[in-house]
Design a protein around this ligand. Sequence first.
Ligand code: AMP
Length: 202
Amino acid sequence: MNIVLFGPPAAGKGTQAKILVKQRGLIQLATGDMLRAARKSGSDLGKKVAGIMDRGDLVSDEIVIALIEEQLDANEDAPGFIFDGFPRTVEQAKALDASLKQRGQAVNGVVRLCVDDKVLLGRIEKRFIDEGRDDDNPESFKIRLGNYHKQTAPLLPFYAAQGKLSEVDGLADIQTVAASIARVLDMQKNVKMSWWKRVFGG
Ligand code: AMP
């Protein structure tokens, strides 16, 4: 099962992805984490993206698509993936569809964590103090949120048109959000199984 966890920065995607990894044995693919690791390693890629990330802008589609493809190749036998912070543009979503199709797979569901912008600003102030991420400063965060609305939110109609989009309240506490996500995913699994039984019997 391949799931896209969707939402603005600081919506709680990373936290929920880690819970899904534990519960379902899926592999978390978080492009933000991959890019931060590249920076930490001092690689050419890390140097190339540092300024862009600190500003709060998106790195190029080409770079993040290559990172994801590398991980899909490296985890051929995985039971499925949780895409966290990817795709962030329609171009990335189309590339993901094509990459998965080549591997006989697809995005099975997209779960949107619905969170109010004002709440996000409060959360990010706390995360900036707790974790010290450079791009969590108020100026960069405003740019990141703006980019989310401009470049990433158009993915909502893209996935809704495919009947893949579900929404959960991201404002609840962590365990309640996790339970809502689990309900949505189990419902999708049951619909798929009953379709399979209707077509093939059993
Ligand atoms: P995140 O940890 O997901 O908030 O990502 C941190 C930063 O990494 C973002 O603000 C972007 O600069 C960059 N980034 C992460 N994922 C993507 C993506 N899918 N497309 C473009 N840039 C990304």
